[in-house]
Design a protein around this ligand. Structure first.
Ligand SMILES: Cc1ncc(COP(=O)(O)O)c(C=O)c1O
Length: 409
């Protein structure tokens, strides 16, 4: 099939092959230079070939690839994370978001002695069977746990409950109906992967409080929002502190690293051996060096303001050009990540609202921008990085103007 992830399959006009990346640009094997807003599906928050990341990785390369044992980088990064992420007292490292989500769920189950996990329709938490449930649904589907691909035996998600998002009373009812059974509630704090959708005012706080009240562990999946909507992610942006949060993508600027962080109590099950966390590559020194360099760069004054300003300018231009061309459209997101929804007159409140988007028109818009030299994800999600400057912004605004005209009929 020629692709390493099924999600990269069948992306028109054809899955592109790349030769190199530099700053905000990708160079494909046919010689095209493309301005990139995919950021490798999120991680490249500083772009490719960043001098500080390169230097940190090069330095670590000469000191060892992997130890399978403890090293200074683990302590340095753990302390950095605990200092930056509000309410995070302890962390543990894995490689991918998928893995770290499972590690968080295991901690929650060991800590509570319960087995049910609660997730929300439209939310993606990696590709494993217990969470790849009701990620994509049809309008005619009932809100219940549904498998999303072949090879998912029902037994492997029989302990997974699914609820509509942004609905406090649905959560209250579930806790009422399953007392002492729910180990954790897991949510993206801002729905990004399943289509841009903001949490209603007070919703995240209510979710965390309900979990506390009912003895369940609250888990924020910050694989996308972490180090992106703010340096301290959703914890900082929304001022809400769940028991656990999961980080990946932007954490290591393009290198393979994920982390679970949260209240010390939730990690006590590792200390006393009630559960384990394992992995040959956990805490890989090279990837940790990349993460420390990435976070140091992101900590410079003004970095988030600049990314957010760039995101807002692009969103405003897309909305303005759509209005000029008589097309209903909303953009939804925060700062440097947003989704472009053709066909919606107002921002969606939950995943079901996103199902009404005019996806074919977005696809035409994406292809028109590709012809202008702008590379985008197929699912209407845009990522801005710290390396997108004024030149890139100007180029993008002009391309948006022409592309919107092309898709207006
Ligand atoms: C919100 C969210 N959670 C978890 C994951 C899984 O992370 P990974 O692809 O690193 O396994 C993703 C990946 O896109 C994601 O967007």
């Amino acid at each position: 099939m020629g692709v390493s992830s099924g999600l990269r399959r069948n992306i028109p006009p054809a899955p592109l092959f790349f030769e190199r990346g530099d700053g905000p640009y990708f160079f494909d094997v046919d010689g095209h230079k493309l301005l990139d807003y995919t950021l490798g599906w999120g991680p490249l928050i500083l772009g490719n070939n960043h001098p500080a990341i390169n230097a940190a990785v090069r330095d670590q390369l000469s000191r060892g690839y992997t130890f399978g044992a403890q090293h200074r980088g683990e302590i340095e990064l753990a302390e950095l994370l605990a200092g930056l992420l509000p309410g995070v007292e302890r962390v543990m490292f894995s490689n991918t978001g998928t893995e770290a989500i499972q590690a968080a769920i295991r901690l929650a189950r060991a800590f509570t002695g319960r087995s049910k996990i609660m997730k929300f329709e439209g939310h993606y938490h990696g590709w494993l069977n217990n969470v790849l449930v009701s990620y994509r649904v049809k309008p005619s589907d009932a809100c219940q746990p549904l498998s999303n691909c072949g090879g998912q035996p029902h037994a492997e998600f029989s302990e997974t409950m699914v609820l509509p998002w942004n609905d406090v009373s649905a959560l209250e009812t579930a806790f009422h109906n399953f007392p002492q059974e729910i180990a954790c509630v897991i949510t993206e704090p801002l729905l990004v992967n399943g289509g841009g959708c903001l949490p209603s005012s007070g919703y995240l706080d209510a979710l965390v409080q309900l979990c506390r009240q009912h003895g369940a562990v609250s888990i924020f999946d910050e694989v996308i929002t972490g180090f992106r909507i703010a340096l301290g992610g959703a914890r900082e942006y929304f001022g809400v502190e769940p028991d656990l949060s999961v980080y990946a993508k932007a954490l290591a600027g393009g290198f393979t690293l994920s982390a679970v962080g949260g209240r010390a109590a939730a990690f006590s099950t590792l200390d006393d051996g009630r559960t384990i966390h394992a992995g040959t590559y956990n805490g890989s020194p090279i990837n940790l060096a990349a993460a420390i360099a990435t976070i140091n760069e992101l900590s410079r004054p003004g970095v988030y303001d600049q990314m957010h300003r760039c995101g807002i300018s692009i969103r405003e231009a897309i909305e303005r050009e759509a209005t000029t061309n008589g097309l209903p459209l909303v953009t939804v997101g925060l700062g440097s990540v947003f989704s472009v929804h053709f066909g919606l007159a107002e921002a969606p409140r939950t995943y079901r609202d996103v199902l009404a988007v005019d996806a074919p028109r977005y696809e035409r818009f994406r292809l028109a921008l590709l012809n202008e030299g702008i590379y985008l994800l197929p699912d209407a999600r845009w990522y801005i990085g710290a390396m997108h400057g004024e030149t890139e912004l100007e180029f993008t605004l002009q391309a948006i103007h022409r592309a919107m005209r092309q898709v207006s009929n």
